[in-house]
Design a binder for this molecule. Structure first.
Ligand code: BTN
Length: 282
């Protein structure tokens, strides 16, 4: 086998959660853990059900991209949630999951990871984790949500395909040691439950505060491309509704809910627009 597979029994029994991960499906290979989680959710599985796999043959990324999923190296996890809420509210779960991944990564490292709007997690500027949330709705009601999380843990740069080698990294590459995948998975599931319960009990404020802490974008000039429109402003951070707040040079406050964001080197008209190191933040 050449790698230490995750042990679902040990994992489920060591979890200090109310419901998350108590139903845990572990597979050697799946097309996508999100697809398996969808099937379980349609079959009526309880909230908190988790699917993990050693590899994915068709790992799904955002915007129709694929997600590299080599065997036995990383974490491929999908969580089934059944929040009693609207699709707009449930969209915040992506931001919440990003906070949980950032918190779990931080516990492995001597430096904080960075969240890149809305939900990539970077280590020293390179992507180590991505989140794909899929909502199934009936009108204005959410039936279930699949929160899919991929984290590059023990993925050596030399093993990454050429296309991602310059932009991706793993915890092992950044920490200089092999990561215990079971312990990481356990901590991530616990953090997901902690953030989820906090959101349900106290609203989005605490999650937004942590998101802002890890995104560190406050005070940065940016351009948001929303549909055909461009909004330029200084970032004030994520608000309690999950909107990214920008303040224009005229002091007008704009709220961005989705779209691409590009960092600028400074305010408009200072010659600093779209700095060479501009970062696409979606
Ligand atoms: C992104 O494009 O950044 C999102 C990547 C999400 C990958 C994870 S791996 C576990 C789950 N199953 C999938 O097929 N995708 C998500």
């Amino acid at each position: 086998m050449g790698y230490q597979p995750l042990n679902p029994e040990t994992l489920a029994s060591s979890l200090q959660t109310v419901s998350f991960g108590k139903q845990l499906t572990h597979r050697e290979e799946v097309s996508s853990t999100n697809v398996v989680a969808h099937e379980l959710a349609r079959g009526g599985c309880p909230e908190g059900t988790v699917v993990i796999a050693e590899s994915q043959s068709a790992g799904k990324g955002r915007l129709g991209r694929s997600w590299e999923s080599p065997v036995g190296k990383n974490l491929y996890l999908s969580l089934v949630l059944r929040p009693v809420t609207t699709p707009t509210e449930a969209a915040k779960l992506t931001l919440l999951a990003a906070v949980s991944v950032a918190e779990t990564l931080h516990s492995e490292l001597t430096f904080p990871p960075r969240i890149k709007w809305p939900n990539d997690i970077l280590l020293r500027g390179r992507k180590t984790s991505g989140i794909l949330c899929e909502l199934v709705t009936e009108g204005e009601r959410v039936t279930f949500v699949i929160v899919g999380v991929g984290v590059n843990l023990n993925y050596a740069r030399a093993e990454m395909p050429q296309e991602i080698r310059g932009i991706a990294t793993s915890v092992m590459e950044e920490a200089g040691r092999v990561v215990n995948r079971s312990a990481f998975t356990q901590r991530l599931i616990q953090s997901l439950e902690t953030q989820y319960l906090s959101w349900q009990k106290n609203g989005f404020n605490d999650v937004a505060r942590l998101w802002n802490q890890y995104a560190r974008i406050e005070g940065q000039w940016m351009r948001a491309q929303v549909g055909g429109n461009n909004l330029v402003g200084k970032a004030c951070g994520l608000d309690e509704h999950g909107f990214l707040v920008l303040e224009s040079t005229k002091g007008i406050t704009e709220r961005v809910v989705a779209g691409d964001i590009f960092l600028l080197g400074g305010p408009p008209g200072t010659g600093n627009n779209e700095a060479p190191e501009s970062d696409e933040v979606t």
